[in-house]
Write a protein that binds this ligand. Structure first.
Ligand SMILES: Cc1ncc(COP(=O)(O)O)c(C=O)c1O
Length: 428
């Protein structure tokens, strides 16, 4: 973390972020926010495999998506004095790798449909601009031919951010194939603890110095994957079998923590999703764990694609006509495999806490925007970061869990009964 702290552009991450949410504390989530391992994870479904970022070119499995951004910038030689163009609608872990490179983040506007505003982007280019990070928000792709042409005309590197779009295609090419580099986040799509992808259709990914994590990291990745599954009542047989050893492990860890207040080695730090926070240069060279690689290799991709699309349609249907909201993307184009179901809510504040209190695994992308960004840069980003709620639509959700979530959302959005002052009874 030393390198980050030294950067002139660094702003501290909000302390509340590591605890989940500034409005907290909230009870644990009742259903899984991200895919958890189950017997069904490997069950094949008929149908052709969808294109994905692994088809984009050369591929390296890394620790997380944000590490892949850092590796892409380092590989391309982006460094001190350079500017990297980032969307004003972002999460902190997209900015931290830029800071680590001692480059300057320059934020640009997006439109209400989350597409990149090319006019605004063009106006922010300077002689120091080196790279553009372009995310396919929630799995819905940007206009990549236009962005490719834009970058080519200005000699900019294009980093295609597929953290929300592991699967899909744009204008006849797999996601990730348009960028000079592509980055992806494996744990958002597969039932694994860790994992990111760095891919390139244009460059040889050599000299990255990647190495496997140690035995402690491998064990932790596997145990965490299983524990996440057990927490949500999956893998019942394995749960019964491993209950006693896992209790022993918890007991031993509690003892070890008491003994070593300094905590675990950095390579086992938790991912954002599990309560950790952000980019960590010390894990930059760590490859994705062996268990995550095995699961990614053998999990049914046709199932992931179809189940996510089916669940998205179900959420569209279940929330049709719900008051005070509308889906950010009211239809699901053929080549899109959604990461989540984004819902645009008119009055976010009472509904957000009500849903958190009910244990609904809700995410608000951009809830914490980079503190160094001028907040007037993009009113749309400011608005979306408060009003777009994302609900899981991943392949491991059970039908009853989806129904439960839809019910809770409808309940939370019901117009609140206003306390109207009673008319005074006139005295005689
Ligand atoms: C758009 C986007 N890009 C990159 C990242 C970083 O991915 P990871 O969490 O795997 O580090 C995230 C994380 O949520 C993200 O939402």
């Amino acid at each position: 973390m030393k390198l980050i702290a030294e950067s002139p552009y660094m702003e501290p991450a909000p302390a509340s972020a590591a605890r989940g949410n500034a409005l907290g504390p909230f009870p644990p989530e009742r259903i899984p926010k991200n895919p958890v391992l189950s017997g069904a994870s490997f069950g094949a479904r008929p149908g052709a495999a969808a294109p994905c970022v692994l088809d984009a070119g050369e591929v390296r499995y890394v620790n997380r998506g944000c590490m892949a951004i850092g590796l892409a910038l380092a590989h391309a030689g982006v460094g001190a004095g350079d500017e990297v163009l980032l969307p004003a609608y972002h999460c902190i872990s997209m900015v931290e790798p830029v800071i680590w490179r001692r480059a300057r983040p320059v934020f640009f506007r997006i439109r209400e449909d989350t597409s990149i505003d090319l006019d605004d982007l063009g106006a922010r280019i300077s002689a120091r601009s080196r790279a553009l990070l372009a995310p396919h928000y929630f799995g819905f792709p940007q206009d990549m031919p236009a962005l490719r042409a834009f970058c080519d005309a200005r000699g900019l590197l294009l980093i295609e951010d597929c953290a929300h779009a592991f699967f899909g295609a744009v204008a006849g090419k797999p996601v990730g194939a348009w960028g000079d580099y592509a980055v992806a986040s494996v744990w958002k799509f597969f039932p694994v603890f860790d994992g990111g992808v760095l891919a390139s259709s244009r460059r040889k990914l050599e000299g990255l110095g990647l190495r496997g994590g140690g035995a402690w990291f491998q064990a932790k990745a596997l145990v965490n994957t299983l524990e996440m599954a057990f927490e949500y009542r999956r893998l019942g047989f394995a749960r019964a079998l491993l209950a006693a050893p896992l209790r022993l492990k918890d007991h031993a860890l509690r003892g070890a923590r008491r003994g070593a207040a300094a905590g675990a080695p950095p390579e086992v730090a938790l991912s954002c999703a599990l309560g950790g926070w952000g980019f960590d240069p010390q894990r930059l060279a760590t490859r994705m764990s062996l268990s995550a690689r095995a699961i990614t290799r053998f999990a049914s991709r046709t199932r992931i694609v179809q189940a996510r699309r089916d669940n998205y349609e179900r959420l569209l249907e279940g929330l049709r006509g719900a008051p005070g909201c509308r889906p950010l993307f009211p239809s699901l184009p053929a080549q899109v495999v959604p990461q989540v179901f984004p819902l645009l809510v008119d009055a976010p504040e009472p509904a957000f806490s009500a849903l958190k209190r009910a244990g609904v695994p809700i995410i608000r992308f951009g809830e914490y925007l980079w503190e160094g960004m001028d907040r007037s840069t993009c009113p749309v980003a400011e608005d979306l970061s408060r009003r777009v709620f994302q609900f899981p639509c991943h392949q491991e959700l059970l039908s009853a869990e989806l129904d439960w979530m839809i019910e809770r959302v409808r309940e939370a959005l019901l117009p609140r009964v206003q306390s109207v002052p009673r008319p005074r009874v006139p005295a005689n």
